[in-house]
Write a protein that binds this ligand. Structure first.
Ligand code: ASP
Length: 400
């Protein structure tokens, strides 16, 4: 897609976000009639996800050269992801301690309805990396397992020599075809985004009902929101210092940021991230490597939110946390964010894991369930923001 087209789509997407919010706010449940448009858009994105992720990672890796030369971009990518997620969780701790939203809290808003019995454990996160059946993982959209497999496959392909060329060409062609389809889907995105913005507000019963839900846990919503803004601004500064890129880059990739807000899913936003970072002019090798990997494991927003949720609920229950507890929450939040699926509320079970390790009653999550859809949008947006920034940073260190 050309830059001209992406700017035009951006204007339509901004209009769609505004109209969607107005429709959900004022029409209440009547706005549910638009839900099919959102579902159609999401289905179109999901339809291409598996071949796109696999082909992007494999061609991204093979275009970086031999596995032995991949050390530098690989280390920069993983180092950047890890540092930013530790930072995100640190920001979550500081902001929640500072705002102290759990002080003088009324327990009356609590509902335990809908909290699943299943709890993720640290072992589950690690076991979730390796697929016992890669075809089954593709069918079930177990994207983390597909990413791990694609990285191993791509690495092996760089050392196989002459016979690997035909395989590389196949995946190169597959990726080009998928990107054409992504471009077509992007033309549909304003309609889908309109519906996806209206829908949760409509489901909550319109604007007044949303505000009611927020008022009970306003301090917590504020803490997460400020944490996300601080972390987002910090990452922007890091990008500015390292690459010199600033507002111009953000404007070019803004359609992907708004897609994240409306879909609440890093995975569903992955095609848009590839499209707009490449339209901006980032190197294909950088984007193909960083974006699919980032959309699956690099979740700054989830780390801020999971940390803030755990600390807020500890405050509500009057549980005093010591330095060790904060350190544990920080490490678990990084692991939890890494293991969270890039789907709507994919980090939810992981938050329960952190709570149970620290000894915070998991029923407490019922207090924040009513606002979880909204904060999910907000932290998914930061998750994607982080991937877009990581792509710009890694791009600087890769020769095409
Ligand atoms: N919804 C988030 C995402 O897709 C994951 C999460 O719930 O933390 O990035």
């Amino acid at each position: 897609m050309s830059k001209d087209h992406s700017i035009k789509i951006l204007y339509f997407i901004i209009l769609a976000v505004v109209l969607g919010a107005i429709a959900g706010w004022t029409m209440g449940e009547d706005a549910l009639m638009f839900s099919w448009m959102g579902e159609l858009f999401l289905n179109a994105l999901k339809m291409i996800l598996v071949p796109l992720i696999v082909s992007a990672i494999i061609t991204g890796m093979t275009s970086l050269g031999d596995i032995r030369q991949m050390g530098k971009p690989g280390a920069i990518t993983i180092g950047f992801f890890g540092t930013m997620m530790v930072m995100a969780s640190f920001v979550g701790i500081i902001v929640t301690l500072f705002i102290d939203p759990g002080a003088n809290f009324q327990m009356s808003a609590m509902t335990t309805e809908g909290i699943p019995e299943a709890r993720a454990t640290v072992a589950d996160v690690l076991m979730g990396l390796i697929s016992p059946n890669i075809v089954g993982s593709a069918a079930n959209m177990e994207l983390l397992q597909l990413v791990v497999f694609s990285v191993i496959f791509g690495a092996a392909l760089t050392v196989v020599g002459e016979t690997g060329k035909v395989v590389i060409n196949f995946f190169e062609g597959l990726n080009n075809v998928m990107m054409i389809i992504v471009g077509w889907i992007m033309y549909l995105s304003p309609f889908g985004i309109f519906a996806l913005v209206a829908l949760p507000i409509a489901q909550a019963g319109g604007g007044a009902a949303v505000l009611d839900g927020f008022s009970a846990v306003g301090g917590y919503v504020l803490a997460v929101s400020i944490g996300l803004i601080v972390q987002g601004a910090f990452m922007f500064l890091v990008m500015k210092v390292i690459t010199g890129k600033g507002i111009g880059y953000i404007k070019d990739v803004l359609p992907a940021v708004l897609t994240a807000w409306s879909t609440s899913s890093s995975s569903a936003t992955m095609p848009a991230c590839l499209e707009y970072t490449q339209a901006h002019g980032l190197k294909k090798s950088a984007t193909r490597f960083v974006i699919p990997l980032g959309s699956t494991i690099h979740m700054n927003g989830s780390a801020v939110y999971q940390t803030a949720a755990a600390i807020f609920l500890a405050q509500v229950y009057g549980i005093t946390l010591g330095f060790d507890d904060y350190l544990t929450i920080m490490l678990l939040a990084v692991l939890a964010a890494f293991g969270s699926a890039g789907i709507p509320q994919g980090g939810y079970l992981m938050t329960l894991m952190i709570m149970s390790v620290i000894g915070i009653p998991v029923e407490g999550f019922g207090l924040i369930l009513a606002v979880d859809w909204f904060l999910d949008r907000a932290h998914t947006t930061l998750n994607v923001w982080g991937d877009l920034i990581a792509a710009a940073v890694v791009d600087k260190y890769i020769d095409d």
